[in-house]
Design a binder for this molecule. Structure first.
Ligand code: 4AD
Ligand code: MG
Length: 430
């Protein structure tokens, strides 16, 4: 019976065959321990010299790391292993023998591992991170489907720049200029006017010359947009959504969180509601904490975000930023013209901003004025103004950066490990 490692629990004491790769191996004169992986999981295969034909034991002793195999074995309970099971190996068929696999169990430098990302993905830690990433994506679809949102796919090739014009990837679109999408938001606003509550999930691009542990050049964003929602309604969706994905990972990725040695006590209380602090109070808090350099009107850097987050044990919303440091489309505060109705959600433990969101301007005249102030070419945004011309309504939305969220929930230090093939300032290979 051909089964996967994920399914072995259903075959206790039965003989099965798995297709697998040899992740690692230990052996002595009488016994060999094979660490096997098949993509669905990792399991130990035990080969006892006295219990198998001579050539099977000889094979077990000589197989090289990352060779591909069919292993026939009996499933046994093993309380000490993370999976709870191991394989008593009966037979081994070598499909392909790998020679000199470059990633050995010894420590390797980061650049070496990044150059071998196509192979590094096979390792236990990277496997766990990719499974958690997958669970977050799965839970995202579950959450928005259960809340009545419709998935809409905005274009990647665009003629407009929602988040400012400095970080755009330029390309030719036949005879026209085009840009790779830095956010699908403007299109999602059009979709919300057609479908009410919508969300997108897709790649976005920022030609940002930042080399930090939080910045990718290509990253994936989830962008919900809701017609008739105020910023207050918007914050509620965000805290419910983030709570839902954290609790889903806790429920469905225990093994992976253990592999990563994630302190899950820090995730267990991530439940709505989340604390909120105004930008004004965040500045005061930073002054109390000794950050004398920051002034009202400045944007926060990573050390500021970390310092603010340290005062809370859940993600924290920083609300109502100065109009000057936010994009053109944000709705002004009803009582103040110096701040806008927006919030960034800052993750705990130094993982920084995971969400940016706001209420959008729905007054056509104000929007036009803001677009002129930001020197946006009117002809490219005519369609966006149309949304305010024909039945304009208050509406709000946000964007959650998938990779920063994976980094936080997995507890990994650097964003480069949260996406299969990271695009970084100086990396396009592999
Ligand atoms: O704050 P940002 O720029 O917001 C927007 O793009 C809005 N248009 C979203 C919306 O309202 N629909 O980006 C949103 C999130 C950030 O909070 C962060 O998590 C992530 O996207 N992000 C990045 N992640 C990795 N690398 C980068 N260079 C990122 N830039 C933003
Ligand atoms: Mg932002």
């Amino acid at each position: 019976m051909k089964v996967t490692i994920r399914e072995v629990a259903n075959y206790l004491d039965q003989e099965i065959t798995i297709g697998a790769w040899l992740a690692n191996k230990r052996s002595s004169g009488k016994i060999a321990f094979l660490q096997l992986r098949d993509g669905t999981g990792f399991i130990q295969g035990v080969v006892v010299k006295n219990e198998v034909p001579e050539e099977v034991f000889a094979k077990a002793k000589s197989i090289t790391q990352e060779s591909s195999l069919y292993v026939t074995a009996t499933v046994r309970k093993d309380e000490r292993s993370p999976l709870g099971y191991e394989l008593a190996v009966k037979d081994i068929e070598i499909i392909h023998e790998a020679t000199d696999y470059p990633i050995t169990p010894k420590e390797h430098g980061t650049e070496f591992l990044m150059d071998h990302r196509h192979l590094w993905l096979r390792s236990r830690k990277q496997h766990a991170i990719m499974k958690i990433r997958n669970e977050i994506i799965r839970a995202t679809y579950e959450f928005f489907n259960k809340e009545g949102f419709v998935k809409v796919d905005p274009p990647i090739l665009t003629g407009s720049a929602p988040e400012g014009t400095t970080e755009l990837f330029h390309t030719k679109y036949f005879d026209e200029d085009a840009y790779l999408s830095q956010s699908g938001q403007l299109y999602m606003e059009a979709a919300a006017m057609a479908l009410g509550k919508v969300f997108s999930f897709g790649p976005t691009f920022r030609a940002e010359k930042s080399k930090t542990r939080k910045h990718l050049i290509e990253f994936w964003m989830i962008e919900p947009e809701m017609a008739f929602y105020t910023q207050e309604d918007n914050l509620r969706v965000q805290e419910e959504y983030v709570s839902f994905i954290v609790q889903s990972v806790l429920e469905n990725c225990q093994l992976e969180l253990n592999t990563l040695e994630r302190d899950t006590s820090k995730l267990e209380n991530i439940k709505a509601p989340f604390p909120r602090i105004s930008y004004d109070d965040a500045i005061k808090l930073l002054h109390e904490k000794g950050f004398d350099d920051i002034e009202w009107g400045d944007d926060f850097g990573a050390p500021h975000e970390t310092a603010i987050a340290e005062s809370f044990d859940k993600p924290v919303f920083i609300m109502n930023y100065p109009v000057g440091i936010k994009p053109f489309y944000m709705q002004p505060h009803p009582d103040r013209d110096d701040v806008v109705l927006c919030a960034d959600l800052i993750a705990p433990e130094g993982y920084g901003e995971i969400i940016g969101g706001s209420e959008r301007i729905h007054d056509p005249e104000l929007l036009k004025q803001r677009m002129e102030e930001h020197k946006l070419p009117a002809e490219n945004y005519k369609w966006y103004l149309d949304l305010r011309k024909y039945g304009s309504v208050p509406h709000s939305g946000f964007g959650l950066g998938l990779e920063r969220t994976v980094a936080w929930i997995s507890g990994v230090d650097h964003i480069r490990e949260t996406i299969p093939f990271p695009r970084l300032l100086n990396r396009l290979y592999p």
